[in-house]
Design a binder for this molecule. Sequence first.
Ligand SMILES: Cc1ncc(COP(=O)(O)O)c(C=O)c1O
Length: 407
Amino acid sequence: MQKLAILGGEPVKKTPLPDWPYYDDTERQALQEVLESRVWWRTPGTRTLQFEQEFAAFQQASYGVAVTNGTAALEVSLAALGIGAGDEVIVPDFTFVATASAVLFTGALPVLVDVTPDTYCIDPDQVEAAITPATKAIIAVHMGGHPADLDRLTEIARKNGVYLLEDSAHAHGSEWRGRKIGAIGDIGTFSFQASKLMTAGEGGMIVTNSKELERLIRSVHDCGRMPGEWFYSHFIYGSNYRLSEWQGAVLSQQLRRFPQQTATRTRNAAYLDAELAKIEGITPQRLDPRVTANGHYAYIFHYNKTAFAGVPTKRFIEALNAEGFPTQASYPPLHDLALFKNGEYRKRLAPEAAQAQHAFMRSGFPNTLRGAWETVWLPQPTLLGSEEDMALAVEAVKKIKAQASEL
Ligand SMILES: Cc1ncc(COP(=O)(O)O)c(C=O)c1O
């Protein structure tokens, strides 16, 4: 067997993986049309409006409101729900910081709870245990594209009279029991940042089936304006979260080829699931049988170092990268971020809440720690590679395992 690439041998994958972002002449033409129309601004424009309708229909939601990014989508949604000082919102400890920082932005307290050990999505039992009279909402994150348990979460939300928000930044096109995610809860938010499944560099979307929520979301995202009213009348709290016409035009084109890309990612992920699971010490993210489609923002697998001669996750990742397979970092646990550890988050809270003990800061979060430090993430553009590329990815893991004692 060839020497490990990290030790000076030949890499398993010698040619580049697919470039990302993907574009072709349709994006070029759409941008040219916006340019020449001189309508670059959302307000009089039609491109972003059209994309809102296309994307909402694609996600099987009644309404879509495009915003500047996925973080803004969460902030606008929480503001539209009237969440603020004194309220609590339950969020997973294992996610990008935006899921929790958007809650702090409103002045409410993000209550961190653990995820499940195999899907890495918010654990419904932990959610149930964290509900208090101050709870106003639950934010589920569909980790890596895999939907959280929406059966249990909708039931818990309904029973307790709280909102369910789906942070779907990773999960364009994902389905739960045959239904697209996003508007299964009260509101769903998406990101079109550069690494996401569809992108305009930055961008976000909010979907809902509620006409009243759509009215409020649209108003918050446009300075508190209301449709049909004078331009300088502002009725509720709002800010400027509007997406430009350039981005709307590009995203319409990205959406057009998205189903075909999803089919490729799904085929390749299924192959990796089957082949990587045969390697002792590698456990792919569990696919819940109720998940009927997974957008696959990333291909996530658990790495057990004891099956790899004790080689730490970080060193395994370096070796895999050297073999020609890039990875993206997993998220650190939120409770370990300086924002929480140093108590900085308290500065966003109302005085009483700021001084209170927050029990979640004393929790262990074992499954989040497992997700944060023991998983390996292949980024979604890798899943657009060929069948041969997938076989080489499996070969690279086997090669590292066979020579793990050298590392
Ligand atoms: C789970 C999750 N939520 C929210 C966001 C925020 O999206 P954006 O980067 O577009 O603000 C991200 C982006 O990385 C994310 O991964």
